[in-house]
Design a protein around this ligand. Structure first.
Ligand SMILES: [Cu+2]
Ligand SMILES: [Zn+2]
Length: 193
């Protein structure tokens, strides 16, 4: 059974990010679009808390249940929440398309209810040599954030399903119409003898 979640980001940076996972131990696809960014790389993480009482600030540190140091998404040593960087064009838009094997939408280490944050600066993936490189990737201010919430499904898939149903209903109606026309066209005097 597939699992789905969504995060609607607010702040200087806005947009919607969809999460989908085909099974509890499967990879998670992270897809969507964010706008309002400066051109270039921006740190992108799951933070431990979905608490937005003080905006993005109250969402805590990177989600790190295994007490590791900060890293990049393909590193063995990383926070669970370390999704690396997203890239914005000159128009300030970043198209997000990440597949991650560590985050999950179910179980003890689920990211549901936690915070999704995009930062002002690039995440150095722990390699920058700054005092905060091994904690936050030196990614700077939190410019947009949202809570990761479970949903029934990806709305883009729902729209596709509606289209399929509509065309099936139309086919049935067309068939009924042509059958009715056949009946109407019969010469009843001949049929009934
Ligand atoms: Cu972050
Ligand atoms: Zn981290």
């Amino acid at each position: 059974m597939s699992l789905f979640a969504v995060a609607v980001l607010t702040g200087m940076v806005t947009g919607t990010i969809h999460f989908s996972q085909e099974c509890p131990t499967c990879v998670v696809d992270v897809r969507g679009e964010l706008r309002g960014l400066s051109k270039g790389l921006h740190g992108f993480h799951v933070h431990e808390s979905g608490d937005m009482t003080s905006g993005c600030t109250s969402m805590g540190s990177h989600y790190n249940p295994f007490r590791m140091t900060h890293g990049g998404p393909t590193d063995t040593v990383r926070h669970v929440g370390d999704l690396g960087n997203i890239v914005a064009g000159a128009d300030g838009i970043a198209k997000v398309d990440i597949t991650d094997k560590l985050i999950s939408l179910s179980g003890k280490y689920s990211i549901l209810g936690r915070g999704l944050i995009v930062h002002a600066d690039p995440d150095d993936l722990g390699r920058g040599g700054f005092p905060d490189s091994l904690a936050t990737g030196h990614a700077g201010a939190r410019v947009g954030c949202g809570i990761i919430l479970e949903t029934a499904g990806d709305t883009s898939q729902d729209k596709r399903l509606v289209q399929i149903l509509k065309s099936e209903i139309q086919e049935i109606r067309d068939k009924e119409k042509s059958e009715q026309e056949t009946w109407d066209g019969l010469d009843w005097a001949t049929v009934l003898g």
